[in-house]
Design a binder for this molecule. Structure first.
Ligand code: SAH
Ligand code: SF4
Ligand code: F3S
Length: 443
């Protein structure tokens, strides 16, 4: 009998970037749990710290380099601590990251099954380890993610990986590889598991969900199958691509009350010249036609977007086209970014990053100011209306108020009065701010 008491190794994982990265961290936790790792909530208790990184813009990477400097200090006090870098920055920078004194191992987005072996080799040899091979098949379809927020109401389900679009500014096709769709049976199994665990909302994730295809099953059919798992569980998805979003999907959304009436449809620019150079492969007119069709089929559907200010060669007139498109569409919300040139992309090779930083910042501020007005207007239109919200928890400001989201993904705050997380509550909107609907529960 072995009387030696050894503590199980413990992992702490820190996640940056998009929702898909959050879901990847959940896959990583599942793989490591299978290899005997326990989870911990704080880096100071961990024997293994993993940073799941994002490379989408330079400032995302700068932030992660700052974290690595921080962990370098922590390692001084604990030389046996292992620090690993995962995700898109790992894939982009590869062995260059191993030069950082804090980094012991580097694994790209398709190499997570190899983590137990990489860690064992590192421990046995003391040598830094790396695997950044990309795959055409890996979907982690058989792995049940260990949820980051076990008490949460929403569960992420990645339905595909990679991207085949090669928008000229974007690093994702290089960091995540070719597009591949996951077996719909494994998606449905994961959905059932999440529902059995008490989740009330399933969020299907992909860089371009409209191009999902597994055998005979396209995205609209997949949505219908997921929606049928449980009519009391909501279904959301992200991200749609304007060139690929089909009427069939819109009709499916309209047919199922539990499919949320919200579409995130990144436009990036309102100028045809910029769209062409960005290689989005659709025009401004096409985008506006898709918006009209969404509103025709689902008048109550909210529409949000992403936009980039100051892409290569963007003139004041091009930018005015973007402002004009925003005014025309009246987005409910938007994520707004300054262009950040990413090494190795088509744009970095062919289109010099020639808009001065101060012009980019000034344009970004103008679009933010416009969207604030549009968001405020969108929320004001809801005053007096009733919505069913799914309660996510207490509001940020007070524990006597709850926050729940409408089908349109708008945040509603209302007095708790006996209601609780995970419940559907009908609320009436009394007032609004650009970010929130201020409501009361309707009995
Ligand atoms: N697959 C999604 C977008 C994923 S990246 C789509 O095609 O819509 C999320 C957002 O980051 C993009 O929509 C874009 O607005 C922004 N983005 C991507 N690359 C960028 C770059 N180089 N500089 C600034 N913003 C960028
Ligand atoms: Fe990037 Fe374009 Fe793919 Fe979106 S669709 S991830 S912006 S290349
Ligand atoms: Fe960032 Fe990679 Fe997601 S670059 S936005 S973490 S796909």
């Amino acid at each position: 009998m072995n009387n030696n008491f050894t503590l199980a190794p413990r992992v702490f994982i820190e996640t940056y970037g998009c929702q898909m990265n959050v879901n990847d961290s959940e896959v990583v936790l599942s793989i490591l749990r299978g290899a005997g790792y326990g989870m911990c909530d704080s880096a100071s208790d961990a024997s293994l710290i993993l940073i799941n990184t994002c490379a989408i813009r330079d400032n995302a990477e700068q932030r992660i380099l700052g974290r690595l400097d921080h962990y370098r200090l922590q390692k001084k006090g604990n030389p046996r601590l292992i620090v690993g870098v995962l995700g898109c920055m790992a894939e982009r920078l590869k062995d260059k990251l191993l030069e950082h004194p804090a980094v012991d191992l580097v694994a790209g987005p398709d190499a997570y099954r190899d983590l137990p072996r990489l860690i064992a080799s590192l421990t046995a040899s003391g040598q830094k380890q790396i695997n950044t091979l990309l795959s055409h098949e890996e979907t982690y379809g058989d792995i049940s993610p260990v949820r980051m927020d076990p008490d949460g109401v929403s569960a992420y389900i990645s339905i595909m990986r990679g991207c085949n679009n090669v928008c000229s500014y974007c690093v994702v096709p290089y960091t995540r590889g070719a597009e591949r769709s996951r077996d719909f049976e494994s998606i449905l199994r994961e959905g059932r598991e999440a529902i059995a665990a008490g989740y009330k909302e399933l969020i299907l994730l992909g860089q371009n969900v409209d191009s999902y295809r597994f055998g005979e099953v396209g995205f609209a059919q997949l949505m219908a199958m997921v929606a049928q798992l449980d009519p009391t569980v909501r279904v959301r998805f992200s991200t749609s691509h304007p060139k690929d979003i089909k009427d069939e999907l819109l009709l499916t959304m309209a047919a199922y009350p539990n499919i949320c009436k919200h579409i995130h449809l990144p436009v990036q620019s309102g100028s045809n010249a910029m769209l062409e150079k960005m290689r989005r492969r659709h025009s401004r007119e096409w985008y506006l036609e898709r918006i009209a069709r969404i509103r025709e089929i689902m008048p109550d559907c909210s529409i949000t977007t992403d936009v980039i200010a100051g892409f290569s060669g963007e003139t004041e007139a091009d930018f005015e086209d973007t402002l004009d498109l925003f005014r025309q569409v009246k987005f409910d919300a938007a994520f707004m970014f300054q262009y950040s040139e990413r090494p190795g992309t088509l744009a970095a090779r062919h289109y010099p990053d020639d808009v001065p930083p101060q012009v980019k910042t000034e344009r970004l501020n103008r679009i933010i100011a416009l969207q604030n007005e549009l968001s405020a207007e969108s929320n004001r239109r809801d005053v007096g209306r009733e919505f069913e919200v799914l309660v996510e928890g207490f509001s940020k400001r007070s524990t006597s108020d709850l926050m729940g989201r409408t089908s349109q993904n708008k945040a509603c705050v209302f007095p708790a009065a006996g209601h609780h997380k995970g419940e559907y509550v009908t609320v009436r909107v009394l007032d609004s701010t650009p970010a929130t609907l201020l409501c009361e529960a309707v009995d």
